[in-house]
Design a protein. Structure first.
Length: 73
């Protein structure tokens, strides 16, 4: 990966990964994500890769496909 593209991914990844660790989220947990977009796409991917059960809440029904694409229910 090009380092110019990796920098923002690394920064965003740490931003969403750190709270997962701080809150002791495990693969058996049920996690709710409020809103879709921005960094929440990354958090959905992390939670999905850990086999968490995920609930996604959004006021925009058009983002349902995004939620499913990135690992939501």
């Amino acid at each position: 990966m090009d380092t110019r593209a990796a920098g923002p991914q690394f920064c965003g990844g740490i931003t969403v990964f750190n709270p997962i660790i701080q809150n002791h989220i495990r693969g058996t947990d049920y996690v709710a994500v409020v809103g879709i977009g921005g960094l929440r796409h990354m958090v959905l991917q992390f939670l999905n890769s850990w086999d968490c059960e995920i609930a996604v809440f959004s006021t925009n029904s058009e983002k349902e496909n995004d939620a499913r694409k990135f690992g939501g229910p």
